[in-house]
Design a protein around this ligand. Sequence first.
Ligand code: ATR
Length: 283
Amino acid sequence: MSSNIGVMGHPIGHTKSPVFQQAGLDELGIKETFEAWDVAPEDLEAKVATFRAEGFIAACVTLPHKQAVMPLVDELTEAAEAVGAVNWIFNRDGKLVGHNTDGTGFLRALKEKAGFDPEGVDAVVFGAGGAARAIVYALKTTGVARLTIANRTLEKAQILASEFSEGRFKPTAIGMDRDELANYVPYATLLVNTTSLGMAGGPAELATPATADMISADTVGYDAVYAPPETKFLREVEEAGGTPAGGMTMLVFQGIEGFEMATGKSAPVDIMFAAIEKALRSS
Ligand code: ATR
């Protein structure tokens, strides 16, 4: 029989979620097994229907299902609507609520692992894909002073900027040319890479969206790329005298936020991080 909590994706073999989620459940004495479900797209609807069962708690949702599950749940939270993706489904008395914790996970990663609060700062987000959407949404809620979205395809940055523009929050969209970046990057105290530049196995593993010469020393540089743990971008931030912060923390905190909403309890954050760090060391 299937457990009442788990993560679903396709493929799912690579997921590290069960490692730290199980450590959290065990620490709190919750007698559930956090499972990993490989669910092919054609089986998604039937799988989601099983989440309405009595006793079912929650499912973390990963690629490629984060958009496809949206019409299959009964209700979407404001965060899920705004980000346009669901990464957690909670069973609330037979009603399925789709939520998104990627943005809040990012903010917690910044706050709890880099000691950084983005309120009132100038920030640059590199990229305009799914991860950028979650981060722009999160930065909007924190009251960042000025936000610039830099993307190789300018039009995508413009669309993202205009979708989130509201009141005094008006992100600026720019391309990724060095000259253009030079007008914004040196003045930002938060830089976030959401592009695939620097990603292991990708076409641009040794590339970075910004170099040390344009990064200010009081900058926190966050990389949503988590493999490798130390990207070229993070090395450039360090060389500039700034504070580098790695992407695995966002991944774990999106899970921790979901864990807390699923269980209604504070997560044993240190124990969950220790579990994933141990698993990464031995993999
Ligand atoms: P995710 O969901 O992880 O954000 P995505 O939606 O595929 O992934 O977005 C990938 C981002 O990386 C995009 O912003 C993409 O830029 P484009 O919109 O121009 O495609 C960016 N990206 C990918 N390869 C890049 C490269 N070689 N140089 C600059 N940006 C790149």
